[in-house]
Design a protein around this ligand. Structure first.
Ligand code: NA7
Length: 549
């Protein structure tokens, strides 16, 4: 494909593609669009590539999908040259991998680091995106790719007094690059999602004392991580193509266990034996025991009760064990966590579970955390309080489409998109892993690759047919939103208060803005959108009509 850039009469740099973000999605976009001969520029707020794995250097940070699955599949060279050491890689190894890819594919020369994109405005007359950064850059591009990720904007807890704390205040999603010492310190952790769980099991044995402030307990299952033996790695390397194909054809876009067996289709003794096996096997095996765990509440409760029983066996103090047992929402409705020693950490005499429901946090003081019953003095306070997920990073940029329509207005009652990739009213603006796509419900790297490939095909189509702008029709977007909503109604994911629903952010529109129909079905919809020369679902230049809001 030849470059379609032209020099503008002003000094503003004219590009084909601006790519915002250098996580997995942005890195693949940089590689792909550069290989297509397009004039590209990437921007990244961090000082290097890696996205969440660049920022999340907190102790114990580790991927909860198998490393061989949580890696790029578009480059056989990268697959063959890189060797994973563990079944579930820790953050330092993930970041080494990401850096290896950036070096091997020479990606960094296309990315400007330490630069945050602040606005992107569509100039309809000239059919370009005008993109500005906090470093004073102003560039114009035919296409703008928001590879900003679903978990890029960490969220502080809504507790008064955060600025007053005089000890060390650390945020999991913005962890310092220097080593942190916990020895002899009184450390507090607020938040017990997958991040908090990873931190607690790592810091608990090191800290002088650890206070874990828990509002909602999570279900976590044994990871049973293992080193990868050379013979196994060799097998994997011989079979990567097949593994990727099988991942793309599985509901979660990954090579994880799945079952066609409904819970009540087997006897109680068989069910118990299957759950025991899954517990012993570890990883995501439990999720793959039965087919109906996310749709049949009664089946789900049986599995939840099995896990509560295991918590009771692992935690010695019965009162603490009881508090750690999640109740009131279905298992797997929050992101299922994997741990190595989370529950056992509470058996240490120096680790204290602080129940924020029984004894709510009132404020942060200069010395620590004040709860209803008193003040807990701390040397260090760690926030593992989650993210403004799915929409936060897009909304952090002032994106203005046709007729002055801002994304913030378009999404004022909830995120709207077509396929999680494009939006009516925003020509030539593309998202990777955007809201209303599978987002957090499938392997983020498989989704990123799917989305970037889809975008590349759309660009090729435009180039081949002489178009300068494309956007989905309002009808296509409405239809997609109805599909997403209809599928989500059946899902038990709606029954827990999570970032999946926007429930963790005050005043955020609530609702499950993710496609729950499975990755293969999503890919089918993506393919369907391109049929008939894209004519059924898109309008092309000259763009007419007004944007949906
Ligand atoms: P999560 O899963 O959103 O967890 C955030 C945790 O922080 C959760 O336990 C919250 O409790 C807790 N939280 C937030 N605010 C408060 C206050 N004010 N007081 C007490 N506790 C609070 O984020 P993670 O970073 O753990 O995981 C995000 C994703 O990363 C995960 O899904 C994986 O995909 C990887 P709450 O549930 O609101 O009661």
């Amino acid at each position: 494909m030849t470059s379609i850039s032209q020099n503008s009469s002003t000094a503003t740099r004219r590009l084909d593609v601006v790519i915002v973000g250098a996580g997995f999605g942005g890195m693949y976009a940089v590689h792909k669009f550069n290989a297509m001969g397009l004039k590209i520029q990437g921007y990244e707020a961090g000082s290097d590539v890696g996205g969440v794995w660049y920022w999340n250097r907190y102790p114990g940070a580790r991927v909860d999908l198998p490393s061989i699955d949580y890696s790029f599949g578009f480059s056989p060279e990268v697959e063959q040259e890189w060797t994973w050491s563990e079944q579930f890689a820790a953050q330092p190894e993930l970041l080494r991998y990401i850096n290896f890819v950036a070096d091997r594919l020479d990606l960094r020369r296309h990315i400007q680091f330490n630069t945050r994109v602040t606005s992107a405005e569509w100039d309809d007359a000239r059919q370009v995106w005008v993109v500005k950064t906090d470093q004073g850059d102003v560039v114009e591009a035919t296409y703008c790719i928001m590879a900003t990720g679903p978990l890029s904007i960490p969220k502080d807890p809504e507790i008064p007094g955060i600025g007053r704390f005089k000890g060390e205040l650390l945020r999991a999603g913005r962890w310092p690059h220097q080593p942190v010492s916990y020895a002899g310190k009184r450390v507090g952790v607020i938040g017990t999602g997958s991040t908090g769980i990873q931190i607690v099991q790592e810091v608990g044995p090191q800290a002088g004392e650890l206070f874990v402030f828990q509002r909602t307990p999570s279900f976590t299952m044994p990871m049973r991580n293992v080193p990868l033996e050379p013979d196994y790695v060799a097998e994997v390397k011989r079979n990567y193509a097949g593994l990727r194909e099988s991942a793309r054809n599985s509901p979660a876009g990954g090579i994880r266990p799945a079952s066609t067996r409904a819970f009540f289709s087997v006897t109680p003794a068989q069910r118990l034996s299957l759950m025991e096996d899954a517990w012993k096997q570890g990883g995501l095996a439990m999720l793959g025991t039965f087919s109906d765990l996310l749709v049949n509440e009664e089946a789900n409760e049986h599995v939840a009760e099995f896990v509560r029983g295991k918590i009771g066996e692992m935690v010695k103090d019965p009162v603490t064990a009881e508090k750690l047992k999640p109740r009131g929402y279905p298992i797997f409705a929050r992101r299922p966590c994997l741990d190595s020693s989370y529950y056992e950490t509470f058996n240490l005499p120096t680790v204290h579970l602080m129940d924020c429901n029984e004894d709510p946090i009132l404020e942060i003081t200069d010395k620590g955390v004040r709860t209803q019953s008193g003040e807990v003095e701390l040397d260090m306070l760690i926030f593992a309080t989650g993210y403004d997920g799915l929409t936060g990073a897009m909304l952090a940029v002032d994106v203005q489409g046709r007729d002055g329509l801002r994304v913030s207005r378009k999404w004022s009652e909830g995120a709207r998109s077509y396929l999680g990739i494009m939006m009516a009213g925003f020509p030539n603006l593309f998202m990777t892993t955007g809201p209303n796509g599978p987002a957090a419900l499938a392997n983020i790297i498989r989704i990123s690759e799917n989305d970037v490939d889809w975008i590349a095909d759309a660009m090729r189509h435009m180039s081949a047919t002489g178009q300068t702008a494309m956007e989905p029709t309002a009808e296509a977007e409405d239809g997609w939103m109805k599909t997403v909503a209809a599928l989500s109604q059946r899902s038990l994911l709606n029954k827990a208060k999570t970032w999946y629903l926007g429930a963790n952010v005050k005043d955020k529109p609530q609702g499950l803005s993710m496609f729950t129909g499975g990755f293969p079905k999503y890919r089918e919809y993506c393919a369907l959108a391109t049929q008939d020369g894209y004519r059924a679902h898109f309008t092309f230049d000259p763009v007419t009509g007004s944007a949906s809001s």
